[in-house]
Design a protein around this ligand. Structure first.
Ligand code: EPU
Length: 369
């Protein structure tokens, strides 16, 4: 395995010699070859990247794209690697780790505060700081692993809140038009766990996201787990901080510890079906939970289906299984391969199809080239 740098990109520095290179470390970006990617993902699975670089600013990003275009390499951008399954054969292209940092808070009228955060900022750090500043909007999204740049791509959501409600705009490099663009909330085409970024795959590389938060908001505690939590505590008027603490505790009790397990959280999306299909399924399974969406479609709880209909809660095949407390979450033991995860997920898909006729869709991104 070759671990030596194959390219050095410099910004505003003179000719490189060994000493000079060392002195100007902050200004260079290394593009390396054959770097194992598993270490950069929460599944801790996957082969090497043919090329790998970490970008710390938009100039680096531009250079990384230029390098990839010249060599005709497919690009995979990673943030926290928390929603990613990399093939055992690795990625035969350029893996760009987005490490663009920075947060810029701006106070507007009527208690509105916007924050523009670099795509490589830690998501949980941003949520914590917003709550510490007394700002409403992101508290329900506490304790989600990953980076700011991933939040619009997958329209992260939890406890009744999707991040799309707080996103004002997204700054991204358009690899087709070869320039940075600002995309409005509408341009992003957000739906449940989905956005335009997933459909125009590879076209945009996000460098920053602007969120609109409020000093005078209201907490949302309609989600069953939150309602139960506050009822148990006898807290009828939870504050912003209470909601954040509740979400952290609920997640801790229901989801695996990312440092112990290889996992990417929910492996599949909750399926959304027609009202008619829901009625048919309800006849067969009267307890099936379903949530009617604004357009009349019904979102089903796949965790419930896997658990109660497919006997798959805690199911383990070899090194891979579903989490013992949440059947929608796939966990992998050390040494598990991507192929084992795929085989296991195919087994879950088959069981759901047998019981409900529904073809479920992955939520985790599959990276292979
Ligand atoms: N359920 C079961 N058995 C299970 C799992 C769930 O019966 O093994 C039931 C629960 O009792 C509940 C329903 O299914 O009635 C829904 O479960 P839960 O509240 O845990 O939420 P979810 O729909 O399974 C979604 C997100 C999670 C997010 C939670 C909480 C998706 C794909 N997943 O899960 O997000 O944390 O809601 O808001 O939408 C993630 O994306 O990685 C993730 C963890």
């Amino acid at each position: 395995m070759e671990l030596t740098p194959v390219a050095v990109i410099r910004h505003n520095v003179g000719p490189i010699d060994g000493l000079f290179l060392f002195d100007t470390l902050a200004l260079i970006m290394l593009i390396q070859k054959n770097i194992p990617i598993a270490q950069y993902t929460t599944f801790k699975i996957g082969g090497p990247a043919r090329y790998f670089c970490a970008v710390k600013n938009e100039d680096d990003l531009l250079e990384a794209v230029k390098f990839s275009k010249e060599k005709k390499l497919p690009i995979l951008v990673i943030g926290g690697g928390s929603n990613l399954l990399v093939a055992d054969s690795g990625f035969n292209g350029m893996v760009i780790r987005n490490e663009i940092k920075g947060k810029d808070w701006k106070e507007g009228n009527d208690g509105i505060v916007t924050v523009t955060a670099g795509a490589g900022e830690d998501w949980e750090g941003l949520v914590k700081e917003s709550v510490d500043r007394g700002l409403y909007g992101l508290e329900g999204l506490s304790s989600i692993p990953g980076t700011v740049g991933a939040s619009p791509v997958q329209n992260i959501g939890a406890y009744g809140v999707d991040v799309s409600h707080a996103i004002k705009s997204v700054r991204a490099f358009d690899t087709t038009a070869l320039g940075f663009v600002s995309l409005s909330n509408e341009d992003c085409g957000f739906t449940y766990r989905d956005s335009m970024f997933k459909h125009e795959k590879g076209r945009y590389i996000i460098s920053a996201v602007t969120y609109e938060l409020s000093k005078n908001g209201k907490v949302s505690v309609e989600y069953k787990d939150l309602k139960d939590y506050f009822a148990k505590k006898g807290n009828s008027q939870p504050t912003l901080k209470d909601v954040r603490e509740a979400v952290i505790e609920i997640r801790k009790n229901k989801l695996p510890d990312w440092t112990d397990w290889g996992t990417a959280g929910s492996f599949f999306k909750n399926p959304v079906v027609s009202a008619q299909k829901f009625t048919e399924l309800k006849k067969l399974y009267p307890e099936l939970p379903g949530f009617t969406e604004q357009d009349g479609h019904v979102k089903l709880s796949l965790g419930w289906i896997l658990d109660k209909l497919c006997n798959a809660k805690g199911l383990t095949i070899g090194n891979v299984g579903t989490y013992e407390k949440q059947a929608l979450v796939v966990v992998a033991k050390p040494g598990a391969t991507a192929q084992e995860v795929l085989d296991f997920s195919n087994e879950l898909m088959r069981r759901v199809k047998d019981k409900t006729g529904i073809e479920i869709e992955g939520e985790v991104e599959w990276a292979v080239a």
